[in-house]
Design a protein around this ligand. Structure first.
Ligand code: AMP
Ligand code: MG
Length: 494
């Protein structure tokens, strides 16, 4: 399973076109929504990572990672025939403050393929929306986005996908001098809450309606039949967002920059920056070192998503035309979040039936995990094995306060006995990942890649593609973070 996916580019002339059947998609909305422009080329591109699975989703010929035209296309150096590159305009609230116009400052949409998936290059040069930025992305952050997109997909969490990362020796200045890279991202749509806020803020109601109609037509067709299609759209976006947040909170994922321009209208995880999978469980964990107020702390994420939905509701008000209906469209956010979160936690615990005191069981566990700063992923994996083999000592070893844990375990084991251990263990081993993209694992892959060694990245990619399957010989990837991991500083800089 750990066969390398990256091969040197072939110099042979390609026999099969790379991508065909472009559809008009987002481009059909018209020039108020974007600026058409080509990517800016990068010198001496080289492959860093490729995903055969995403290539297959796009219908790419299987030899694409060996093809020179693919490397040129996915660095923006030569466009695939039929592509119509553009940067879209959006606005948004950043850290709770209206930031005005933002837009794709370093991303260029190539178009929508026959498979109904949009292909976007991130890091391919300046656009009219770059503001003070250089339009580039560095190798470090591009590897993080590539690995995490695919890791989230393998965990079953809605996300934009990543086809590949290509690097270039071109220098890029951040806190340190780094080098450039491009991630090719794939999603049914890259429309954000901020696209709606943009046209609402400018009073461009016709464009706002056009955008909402496009989203309904392409992605939420069932809303067409509702009494108020726009209120129904808002409700559905809100519920998808609630489902997404439930998944993040259950798996221990901290996004780090939940600005409204980083919120997908499809409820996908989008714009991977300073994200982190929790090591020790800390409800107030802040993964973004630029987030001084802790606005995007782990336990604030569900509330922030709701705040972001309020911004979206406000933006959609001219379409919904009724404040009460707009407010009512968000009423289901909390119950959907709580139901989905509890369903995920029940699965993590291997419990097959919902019970009245489940929330109390989960709260009690979270308190113990927080008090003991217990490693989140390791706890769940050890608990899964304990339920399988009946030996809870490895779980007890994780806690300094054994008495508190023992009291909790007593209550939990009573429920397990009712549900049946074997079925519970099966469910738990498919729900609690053995491998998650911890910061230090990404960091090790990045350090090696900077030296031209992509084998660590490939190993990590392969393990994360099957996160529930323990691989003999790779125990270190499922182990506690080393001491140096707590000193990794991840900021917005990317
Ligand atoms: P982010 O926080 O990465 O979601 O980015 C917020 C805004 O800044 C978006 O409009 C991005 O396109 C833009 N941006 C971020 N980094 C750069 C960059 N290096 N060059 C141009 N625009 C950027
Ligand atoms: Mg963004």
């Amino acid at each position: 399973m750990l066969a390398p996916e990256v091969c040197p580019p072939s110099t042979n002339a390609p026999d099969q076109p790379l991508l065909t059947g472009w559809q008009s998609g987002f481009a059909a909305l018209g020039p108020a929504f974007y600026t058409e422009l080509p990517p800016t080329p990068l010198p001496a591109p080289y492959w860093v990572g490729t995903s055969a699975e995403v290539g297959a989703l796009l219908g790419l010929p299987t030899d694409w990672p060996q093809r020179g035209d693919a490397l040129q296309a996915f660095t923006g150096n030569a466009l695939p025939p039929g592509a119509r590159p553009l940067a879209s305009v959006y606005s948004g609230h950043q850290f709770g403050v209206w930031a005005g116009q933002l837009g794709d400052g370093r991303a260029i949409l190539l178009g929508e393929t026959a498979a109904g998936l949009e292909v976007q290059l991130k890091g391919c040069g300046r656009t009219p929306y770059s503001r003070m930025g250089d339009g580039r992305a560095v190798l470090r952050s591009s590897i993080r986005e590539f690995l995490c997109s695919e890791a989230m997909a393998a965990l079953g969490i809605p996300t934009t996908r990543a086809l590949c990362v290509a690097g270039s020796p071109q220098p890029v200045q951040r806190e340190e001098l780094e080098t450039a890279a491009v991630v090719t991202r794939v999603a049914p749509s890259f429309i954000r809450f901020g696209h709606f806020e943009h046209f609402a803020a400018r009073g461009q109601e016709a464009e706002l309606r056009q955008l909402a109609d496009h989203v309904i037509e392409r992605h939420y067709p069932e809303c067409r039949n509702a009494a108020n299609p726009y209120a129904e759209l808002l409700r559905q976006v809100s519920e998808r967002t609630a489902q997404l947040l439930a998944q993040w909170q259950a798996v221990g994922f901290c996004h780090g920059v939940m600005n409204t321009d980083n919120m997908s209208i499809l409820g996908l995880t989008i714009d991977y920056g300073p994200f982190q999978f929790l090591d020790a469980f800390d409800p107030g964990h802040i993964c973004n070192h630029s987030d001084h107020m802790g606005r995007y702390a782990f336990n604030r994420q569900p509330g922030v998503a709701y705040w972001n939905l309020l911004c979206l509701a406000k933006a959609m008000l001219p379409l919904i035309q009724d404040v009460e209906q707009a407010q009512a469209a968000l009423d289901s956010y909390e119950p959907v979040f709580v139901d989905a979160f509890m369903a995920r936690l029940r699965a993590k615990l291997g419990l097959q039936q919902a019970r009245a005191d489940d929330e109390q069981l989960v709260d009690g566990l979270q308190r113990l995990l927080a008090e003991g700063a217990v490693d989140y992923a390791i706890f769940w994996r050890r608990l899964s094995h304990a339920v399988q083999d009946g030996n809870f000592e490895p779980v007890r070893d994780l806690f300094a306060d054994r008495s508190g844990l023992d009291a909790w375990l007593l209550q939990y084991q009573e429920l397990l006995a009712i549900d049946g251990r074997e079925r519970s263990a099966d469910l738990m081993l498919k729900t609690n990942p053995c491998y998650v993209l911890r910061n230090h694992l990404a960091e090790e892959a990045i350090r090696a890649a900077k030296l031209g060694d992509f084998s660590k990245l490939q190993t990590l990619q392969a393990l994360l593609a099957e996160p529930f399957a323990e691989q003999p010989g790779f125990e270190a990837y499922a182990d506690f973070p080393p001491d140096w991991a707590s000193h990794i500083s991840i900021s917005c800089s990317s």
